[in-house]
Write a new protein. Structure first.
Lengths: 117, 114
């Protein structure tokens, strides 16, 4: 079974400082990893994904994520936080592409990012 | 290009009633998945539809059922509503079978069961 852990319920950072939102995963095969952001009373908005290749993935709005296979982690990062980045962030994983019967995304519990002016 | 659209936006139902939620996928997408997001939690997978068939199902009771139409739109039906069914219901569309393809989500339907 696949699972995702987001160990921090909330991350606080000052505007202009770098931010990191942590995510670790567990899958039986090769992972497909995703980050989504959710603003209040809205659906989830796709930020970036890791499929294969370069361990550093760049996404929307200046966000990037680093895939670390040995630590089974996929932490979300941004060099300089904005107040408008304040939202709920979800990490998600999908298991090996060879198993065509399993397509569901498994989400973490979410991390609330609060960027102070 | 319209994204994923869901209706209604909000819904209030009484325990024991039945509800139908609707979803139109993003243009060009053929697969629809439904997720339940309880307050303060991450989305939980309910089921996925492709070619008008349920392809995968999460750990939800048979009270939760669905349908996909030839135009790829989908419905989620919940029978015998319980208070615990109160949640944000999210529809996501994607291309099948691309495991590496990101899912696009609608804004959700907020269901309140009283």
């Amino acid at each position: 079974a696949q699972s995702v852990a987001q160990p921090e319920d909330q991350v606080n950072v000052a505007e202009g400082n770098p931010l990191t939102v942590k995510c670790t995963y567990s899958v039986s095969g090769n992972p497909y990893l995703f980050w989504y952001v959710q603003y209040p009373n809205r659906g989830l908005q796709f930020l970036l994904k890791y499929i294969t290749g370069d361990n550093l993935v760049k996404g929307s709005y200046g966000f990037e994520a680093e895939f670390n296979k040995s630590q089974t982690s996929f932490h979300l990062k941004k060099p300089s936080a904005l107040v408008s980045d304040s939202a709920l962030y979800f990490c998600a994983v999908r298991d090996s592409p060879m198993d065509t019967g399993r397509r569901a995304l498994t989400f973490g519990s979410g991390t609330r990012l609060q960027v102070q002016p | 290009d319209a994204g994923v659209t869901q209706s209604p936006t909000h819904l209030i139902k009484t325990r024991g009633q039945q509800v139908t939620l609707r979803c139109s996928p993003k243009s060009g997408h053929d697969t629809v998945s439904w997720y339940q997001q309880a307050l303060g939690q991450g989305p939980q997978f309910i089921f996925q539809y492709y070619e008008e068939e349920e392809r995968q199902r999460g750990n939800f009771p048979d009270r939760f059922s669905g349908h996909q139409f030839p135009n790829y739109s989908s419905e989620l039906n919940v029978n015998a509503l319980l208070l615990g069914d109160s949640a944000l219901y999210l529809c996501a569309s994607s291309l099948y079978p691309g495991a590496g393809t990101e899912a696009f989500f609608g804004q959700g339907t907020r269901l309140t069961v009283v």
